[in-house]
Write a protein that binds this ligand. Structure first.
Ligand code: CDP
Length: 786
């Protein structure tokens, strides 16, 4: 029971993560830990070719291997109308290939066996007759008239072009450019990367032949949405499908889509009447599931001589891979990329986007990103830096001159977003002060005079999280609300069930803190449940930092709803009218007579034992939240680098991060989120790359080629905060999970380009490897006769 002196550890408390008790003891339950009686194992045969006609598959030898239970081909799946499945963008994707293979690593056949080793051995016995076709490995080649058509399966598909999409006012933007004093431009490629969670994707599908009940243990960030889509696609009754997502070892957007392995394992379990487990290995994860980014972008900014920004024009060509599978709200073809005006008061902007099929894996997942805001943030922050240099202005001063001002919020951007709140000058000023920006610039000049390459990079990002309001946001027709269900037990302990799915973000702690704040029960007395569609309320899941903005809001609202009933019971216990009841931190008291008090624990017991006549017993509630708007976290990152002119190696001397995510529920968890994001941003900027050779072979298919930053490379981060609450969120919180991944890549790259600017270097595309830096230095020296 909350005593008078015990502080309720609600909002703002650095409560240690409740879930870590089991994780640090190795007692988590991940999908691969699920072992069911009679369980079979599945392995997938993947295409060695990027583009080839499939003339036939002979699985007879594999079928004959002792221990093999079934060999599944596309033909067999087609007999059950499951050879193709819908993607998150409403396109189709082959589950197992029937006509052609369209990327290296594509799923061609599957073996179900008594154990995994037998299944893998049997893969080698499957004979596939491939007839290689010209692989298309760039979107530029894909849209040439002479390019072979990749999606020959689609009726009426006469090219590899997928979509053209525009946003903003083209005429107003053209006019701004017509009247500009200065126009700067930038061509850049935001490279293909991979979320690479520690735990790969997998499932255990268990279809009970007696009851028809399908229980699928699955690494999913969105179990409820998956269940509904499964029901719609297979025609199975939704109540017969149960998705259980137990502990998840990182998702970062990789675990939002449905992958062919899930479908084949479920179909196999249905046909064989036994549970089937499928767990990807690392290479399978990197080459076939959910890539991210891969935007070829051209940006132009119009400015006046004094540095006033007047217009922004961006066009892009997206490399979508063989099936268009972007994770995005249906209405927006390139997600929320059109927030590309960023933190600036830009009166006119226009975005034109095209997408193309190539012979690469599909994906376009929201890798720690609200549907392409990462690419948008990178483009504007790189462009602003180049504009500053062209104008002879300091990049910080150019930003401060053009930021949306605090009193302009709520602010409507040129592409139609209504930013809820912000104080960009405030965040930037903290960053400048903490990094000693003005002194650094002087130091940089002195260093340059000595021939040393020191760079200072800034990025002031505006994020957009919390998708989203029903009027504009849906995925495959599923609107994006989330629910929370709260029950207070008679002894005053509680259980909260939420629709979102933690993958390491600490929801079991922070969501308990929201309830603690609202109702006064300590977080350790509140069990938080998620990840089981039979036992939690419906909702669209966790990605794009939407948990706190949407489900966090539902949690605050359901706690308030329960508190309203609790106040009625308190009034009954204290024998006063409800209007006379005051609530603070778990205690209901009588206005004007503070000694007359009952606690939430007293009320909880009374809710089941001593409630007013005519009142329904019990103390619980449910709330579904349709957010009125998205939330717009923001911040400024400042990076200082030293570049070795002889080798091109660059080292981060300082990384100062100022984040504003509104009210922080748990500052310790927020800092952890920011550290992780800054690390991923560094990886993208410095080393991570999924690329392809001219035959479409995937390079970056393991961790020796796809370089993730380890503790050795990761810079030291200095984190600071400002707090600008969201005016429409019940507790003023904005999402934060992806802020640092979105905002930081531009800061790192700006720092390296800043170091090399005097040599004439204007851009280096990510990943900014030492080899590229060295080459840029050599080219620059050559160009100037050095
Ligand atoms: O959707 P996802 O959980 O990935 O992102 P999020 O909503 O930004 O939350 C990430 C973690 O930070 C969660 O545990 C949140 O509850 C916590 N958080 C917080 O403590 N305060 C905020 N203002 C935002 C998030």
């Amino acid at each position: 029971m909350a005593s008078e002196t015990e502080e309720i550890r609600g909002l703002g408390h650095r409560v240690k993560r409740k879930e870590d008790d089991r994780f640090i003891q190795g007692k988590g339950t991940y999908v691969d830990d699920v072992k069911l009686p009679g369980m079979l194992h599945m392995a997938i045969l993947r295409s060695p070719y990027a583009h080839a006609k499939l003339n036939g598959i002979d699985g007879s030898k594999a079928q004959g291997l002792p221990g093999v239970v079934a060999v599944v081909t596309g033909e067999l799946m087609a007999q059950h109308n499951l050879a193709w499945m819908p993607t998150l963008s409403g396109d189709t994707q082959a589950v197992l290939a029937t006509d052609k293979v369209r990327f290296q690593g594509q799923e061609v056949a599957a073996v179900i066996a008594e154990d995994l080793y037998t299944a893998k051995d049997a893969l080698e016995l499957i004979l596939v007759d491939y007839e290689p076709l010209e692989p298309i490995v760039t979107p530029q080649r894909a849209i040439e008239e002479s390019a072979p058509i990749i999606r020959t399966d689609k009726e009426g598909q006469t090219s590899n072009h997928i979509y053209h999409w525009e946003s903003g006012d083209k005429d107003a933007t053209d006019e701004a450019f017509g009247q500009a004093d200065v126009v700067v431009s930038l061509d850049t490629h935001y490279p293909r990367s991979h979320p690479a969670p520690v735990e790969t994707c997998g499932c255990v599908a268990d279809v009970n032949p007696a009851t028809g009940q399908a229980t699928i243990y699955m690494t999913s960030q969105a179990p409820h949405a998956i269940r509904t889509v499964f029901a719609l696609v297979t025609g199975l009754p939704e109540e017969k499908i149960r998705i259980v997502s137990p502990d998840i070892g990182g998702g970062f957007g990789n675990k939002v889509p449905v992958y062919p392995g899930y479908v084949v394992a479920t179909a196999a379990s249905l046909l064989l009447g036994r549970p089937v487990k499928w767990i990807e290995d690392r290479t399978e994860n990197l080459i076939s599931t959910g890539f991210a980014r891969d935007f070829h972008m051209h940006g132009e900014m119009a400015l006046k001589k004094d540095g006033m920004m007047t217009g922004l024009r961006v066009s892009l060509l997206a490399d979508e891979g063989a099936f268009h599978a972007d994770a995005q709200p249906s209405k927006f073809k390139v997600g929320l990329f059109h927030i590309v005006t960023g933190s600036y008061d830009l009166p006119a902007a226009h975005v034109a986007a095209d997408g193309a099929y190539t012979n690469k894996a599909p994906g376009g997942v929201a890798y720690r990103c609200s549907f392409r805001v990462t690419e948008a943030s990178y483009m504007i922050e790189r462009l602003v830096q180049n504009a500053a240099y062209e104008l002879g202005m300091d990049p910080a001063d150019l930003r401060l001159k053009n930021f949306i001002k605090k009193d302009q919020f709520p602010y409507t951007s040129a592409t139609g977003f209504v930013y809820d709140s912000g104080d960009y000058h405030g965040a930037m000023n903290v960053a400048l002060e903490k990094v000693s920006y003005r002194e650094l610039r002087k130091e940089q000049e002195e260093a340059r005079a000595r021939g040393e390459l020191v760079g200072i990079g800034l990025a002031s990002f505006t994020e957009i999280v919390g998708a989203g309001p029903h009027k504009d946001y849906d995925i495959l027709g599923l609107k994006m609300s989330d629910g929370a269900e709260l029950r207070i037990h008679p002894t005053g302990k509680a259980i909260l069930k939420i629709s979102v799915q933690t993958q390491g973000q600490g929801h079991e702690t922070t969501f308990a803190q929201i309830v603690a704040e609202e109702i006064g029960i300590q977080p350790e007395d509140i069990k938080v449940m998620h990840g089981d569609t039979d036992n939690t309320p419906y909702g669209l899941g966790t990605y794009a930092s939407r948990s706190t903005p949407v489900s966090g809001a539902a949690t605050a609202m359901v706690a308030r709803r329960v508190r309203e009933k609790a106040a009625k019971i308190a009034a009954h216990l204290l024998e006063v009218s409800e209007e006379d009841i005051e609530f603070s931190k778990g205690r209901f008291s009588v206005r004007g007579a503070p000694d007359k008090v009952v606690t939430i624990q007293d009320v909880a017991f009374a809710a089941y034992t001593n409630f007013p006549d005519g009142m329904e017993p019990g103390l619980e509630g449910v709330y579904y939240y349709d957010p009125p708007n998205l939330t717009f976290p923001f911040g400024t990152y400042a990076v200082v680098v030293d570049v070795d002119p002889e080798t091109g190696v660059w080292k981060v001397r300082r990384m100062v991060a100022v984040d504003d995510c509104g009210v922080r529920i748990n500052p310790m968890i927020v800092e952890g989120q920011i550290h992780g994001g800054l690390c991923e941003g560094y990886g993208t900027a410095a080393m991570e790359l999924i690329t392809f050779d001219e035959d479409g072979n995937c390079i970056g298919a393991n961790f020796t080629d796809y370089l993730l930053p380890t503790a050795w490379e990761t810079p030291r981060f200095e984190t600071f905060e400002t707090v600008t609450p969201s005016p429409h969120h019940p507790i003023g919180a904005k999402g934060v999970g992806e802020s640092a991944t979105v905002g930081s890549p531009a800061a790192y790259v700006n720092a390296v380009v800043d170091a090399l600017w005097p040599l004439g270097v204007r851009n280096i595309d990510m990943p900014v490897t030492p080899a590229k830096v060295w080459e840029a230095i050599q080219t620059a020296k050559g160009g100037s006769g050095g």
